[in-house]
Design a binder for this molecule. Structure first.
Ligand code: SF4
Length: 164
C-alpha cells in the first residue's frame, strides 16, 4: 500500500490533536474531491516500517488524542490488509487513544466483509463527498450526506448510531 502523507499534528480530521495517515488509492472519484491526487494507488510512497514507526512515535505524546485514517480510500480491497495491520499496531500500543476513519463507502455496505477493520475503530465518517451538499460549516466532514458514526455503539446495537 502506498500513502500520500502522514500529519503529526492534525486538528482538522477528528477531535483534539491527532496523527493522520492519508493512504493512496480510490476508485470513487467524487466530483470536487479534496484529495484527487490520492486516487492513484501508486501515488506517494510505499507504507513501510519507517512510516509505521513515524506514526507510533508521533502518537506517543499526551497531547495527541488519537489516530485518523483518510485517503484515498482505506477500504479499497488492495488497502485493507495493510490498514488492518496498522490499526492493530496503533490499537495495541495506544489502547486509550481514539481511532477515526474516513471512507467514501457506507457503513452498511462494509460491515459484513470488513467487520474486522471496523471493530478497530471508534469513529467512522462515511459516505462519498457530494459537491451539491458541501457545507463549510460542518465539523469533520465535507458534505451533509456524510455521517459521523459512533462505531462501538453501532456494533453493539446492530444499527448505525451517529455521534451527538
Ligand atoms: S471517497 Fe474520498 S478520496 Fe475518494 S474520491 Fe471521494 S472524497 Fe475523494
Amino acid at each position: 500500500m502506498n500513502y500520500a502523507a502522514i500529519k503529526t499534528t492534525d486538528v482538522a480530521n477528528g477531535t483534539g490533536v491527532r496523527v493522520s495517515l492519508f493512504v493512496s488509492g480510490c476508485r470513487r472519484h467524487c466530483k470536487g474531491c479534496f484529495n484527487s491526487e490520492t486516487w492513484d494507488f501508486n501515488f506517494g510512497n510505499l507504507f513501510d516500517d519507517k512510516a509505521m514507526q513515524e506514526i507510533l512515535t508521533a502518537l506517543d505524546h499526551d497531547y495527541i488524542e488519537g489516530f485518523s485514517l483518510l485517503g484515498g480510500e482505506p477500504f479499497e480491497p488492495e488497502n485493507r490488509e495493510e490498514v488492518k495491520r496498522i490499526l492493530n499496531e496503533v490499537r495495541g500500543r495506544f489502547p486509550n487513544k481514539t481511532i477515526w476513519c474516513y471512507t467514501g463507502n457506507r457503513y452498511e455496505n462494509l460491515i459484513d466483509d470488513a467487520r474486522d477493520i471496523i471493530e478497530l475503530l471508534d469513529v467512522m465518517i462515511d459516505g462519498e463527498f457530494v459537491e451539491e451538499k458541501k457545507n463549510l460549516r460542518l465539523k469533520f466532514r465535507g458534505s451533509e450526506n456524510q455521517r459521523i458514526i459512533d462505531v462501538k455503539k453501532s456494533l453493539e446495537s446492530g444499527c448505525v448510531i451517529e455521534m451527538e
